[in-house]
Ligand binder design. Structure first.
Ligand code: FAD
Length: 324
């Protein structure tokens, strides 16, 4: 029966929501098949994640404290996670497919000579772990059975719902066994994107604009609707390449992968490369004046109309509803 370790990622003391989502899903598996859920948390200053971790399903939380965990460093964090896994031998290790997790998970798997499955959107147990992940730019799903003593799995943010299964998690510590001398590279500085923006990959709602908005000056319409929803604003590659918005907004195969509860695509045709980044959104609303646009094939709700008419009306309606 599986013991599942979940990497509880923090950035500047903030825990990534995907950690709680992974704990919730892991707990469903262990409730059905036995085993325990363990949170694993690396931190620089004393912190307490036990309460939240327990609430979301962890039986136990293992923490390691070291000044080096002040900011992410591929080699040192890999050393620490490998030390934990070698000592406690979980069957499965879940890591969020965030910028940090996408770096950490494959390194960790390589270090442990373990199976590694990335960008997973589903987990099941059938005598062993079975991981569901999108393939061919999201056109279909592959169910991947893992072998070996441990599997490292990257989980797409927002793929799993949060659940509060209750319960207090037992607290434990472990030695990260850091060897800074063995590291071949050192992180000397980290530059963060402008503060105040909602993270695209973690947002509950994403409003994205494409070439249908006609020019950079009209991206304000997208931001206005996003603001009304309390959403993050995204973009197609066409308008990023045209220099209308920064690359950090790009959704798709060569941009960010998002899976919000609501994705609003405005003036976006629905090219396969764009769908690759958003087709696992729970509800997709498309606004496009071409009723035959491919985006309508994946949309739950389609508005065949002009963004210049629909967006202001929609923004006003959302603002009204939010006002109560
Ligand atoms: C290797 C590779 C990687 C790629 N990676 C990505 C990626 O990560 N993300 C991505 O998005 N693309 C990516 N692309 C590009 C992708 O193929 C498309 O070119 C791009 O997504 C198109 O962007 P768009 O939908 O904004 O523009 P268009 O395809 O030009 O579509 C604009 C849409 O707006 C509609 N429209 C026009 N005017 C209005 C109006 N007034 N009101 C309402 N609708 C209107 C049109 O009907 C049309 O459907 C990649 C391509 C390649 C080759």
């Amino acid at each position: 029966m599986p013991n599942i370790a979940v990497f509880i990622e923090q950035r500047a003391g903030q825990i990534k929501k995907v950690a709680w989502q992974m704990l919730s899903e892991a707990r469903k598996l262990t409730d059905a098949h036995g085993g325990e859920v363990w949170g694993v948390h690396l931190h620089a200053a004393s912190c307490n994640v036990n309460e939240d971790a327990g609430k979301h399903g962890a039986h136990k939380v293992f923490t390691a404290e070291a000044a080096e965990f002040d900011r992410y460093d591929s080699e040192l964090w890999t050393q620490a996670m490998a030390a934990f896994i070698n000592e406690h031998k979980p069957d499965v290790v879940l890591v969020g497919s965030t910028a940090m997790g996408k770096d950490l998970a494959p390194r960790l798997a390589a270090r442990l000579k373990a199976a590694c499955v990335s960008d997973a959107v589903g987990l099941s147990w059938d005598g062993g772990l079975v991981v569901r992940r999108p393939v061919f730019a999201g056109k279909c799903y592959a169910d991947v059975a893992t072998r070996g003593d441990v599997a490292v799995v990257g989980i797409r943010p927002n793929a799993f719902a949060l659940a509060e299964t209750g319960g207090a998690a037992e607290a434990a510590t472990f030695s990260p066994g850091l060897d800074a001398g063995a590291a071949k590279a050192k992180v000397s500085a980290v530059e963060t994107a402008a503060a105040g923006q909602i993270s695209l990959t973690e947002a509950e709602v994403v409003v994205s604009g494409g070439r249908g908005i006609k020019g950079p000056e009209n991206y304000a319409m997208i931001e206005k609707l996003a603001e009304a929803f309390g959403a993050a604003s995204g973009a197609s590659r066409a308008i990023v390449d045209a220099g209308w918005v920064d690359y950090s907004h790009q959704v798709g195969q060569t941009g960010k992968t998002v899976a919000p509860n609501l994705y609003v695509a405005c003036g976006i045709s629905g090219a396969i490369q764009h769908l690759a980044g958003m087709s696992s959104s729970k509800c997709i609303v498309a606004i496009n004046k071409d009723a035959a646009a491919p985006i309508f094939k994946v949309a739950d709700y389609g508005i065949a109309g002009d963004v210049f008419e629909v967006l202001p009306a929609l923004t006003e309606a959302v603002q009204e509803i939010k006002k109560g």
